[in-house]
Write a new protein. Structure first.
Length: 317
């Protein structure tokens, strides 16, 4: 088989192989972790498309109606960049404090809603800790985290105004993918990282979840980064190279993030922005808006992925 049929067949074989492993008792609760890419030097602004992606309207209450749940290593909710808008939600790591001991979750929070560089600077950010300070956690923590979000968003009466960001990946896991579907069925928008393995995203969860918005990464040159996962499960690309983010150092530190984690966080922020400024409600409306305003055919070497690059359509005249 060639073309799309061949790609689907390869994804199916990979999924079946991994599914067999996840059904074995000793591997059913496999470790999930975020996979970092090599650090890059600070990049100066000046790329036209990069500038477009980093520009946003920031009215006083633009994103105040949106909730973004970050399933990650926790968040430094006292960080200057988060301006008191981040709160602790749930913690599924035994004997681990609620605060971020790793830094990854705080990085994602800054990209999504930081006051300096955040996409949706007035959204409410809720920390759901599912990964420990070593960047690892059990797959069951992911499913429990998603289930908790479904209940909490319903309690707030905000399911259709909520976004889940999952900037991590593990092996294909039907339980995680089912939990994602339950969240989107409830109206929650779920944005996930494609992963940094240079492989088909269909072999990983939650990247393979059919109702998630799965995000791959481009560099400032518009080319898919060589480590970014790819394939039919990828819905959209976003810039993910040397993006300024918050650091857990000294409560006001800064670092530069790279990878599909960063790209996914950008799209989560964009989802929150559209929920509030565009008055969109529910997963289907938000997903449709993100994909419909994305720039088409501009990504170089999409590698069997949809050739869409996220864009804030509000800025188009």
């Amino acid at each position: 088989m060639t073309g799309k049929d061949g790609i689907r067949a390869r994804c199916l074989r990979a999924s079946r192989k991994i599914l067999c492993l996840t059904q074995r008792p000793d591997t059913s609760d496999t470790i999930a972790h975020h996979h970092e890419v090599p650090a890059e030097p600070k990049r100066q602004p000046g790329h036209a498309r990069d500038n477009d992606l980093r520009q946003h309207h920031h009215e006083a209450t633009a994103e105040s109606g949106a909730y973004v749940y970050i399933l990650d290593t926790g968040i430094d909710i006292s960080h200057d960049e988060l301006s008191g808008r981040a709160i602790y939600g749930a913690n599924f790591i035994p004997r681990s404090p609620d605060f971020d001991e790793c830094g990854h979750g705080t990085n994602m929070a800054e990209i999504i809603g930081g006051k300096t560089y955040g996409v949706a600077e007035n959204c409410t950010i809720i920390s759901v800790k599912i990964v420990g300070k070593d960047g690892r956690g059990k797959m069951s923590h992911v499913t429990k985290g998603i289930q908790w979000v479904i209940q909490d968003a319903a309690r707030r009466g905000a399911s259709d105004r909520s976004v889940i960001n999952i900037s991590l990946r593990g092996p294909y896991h039907p339980g995680i993918n089912h939990a994602v579907k339950m969240a989107t069925n409830a109206g929650i928008t779920v944005v996930v990282a494609a992963g940094n393995d240079a492989k088909f995203a269909c072999a990983y969860s939650p990247a393979s979840a059919s109702t998630a918005i799965t995000v791959a990464e481009t560099g400032p040159d518009g080319c898919r980064r060589p480590w970014s996962n790819y394939g039919p499960r990828v819905n959209v690309f976003a810039l993910g190279s040397s993006i300024p983010t918050a650091s857990i150092v000294a409560g006001s530190g800064r670092r530069y993030g790279t990878g599909t984690s960063v790209a996914a966080a950008y799209v989560s922020g964009l989802a929150a922005h559209f929920i509030s400024s565009g008055n969109l409600r529910g997963y289907k409306a938000v997903r449709s808006r993100i994909l419909s305003v994305a720039s088409k055919g501009v990504v170089k070497d999409p590698r069997c992925s949809r050739n869409l690059l996220v864009f804030n359509g509000v800025l188009r005249n």
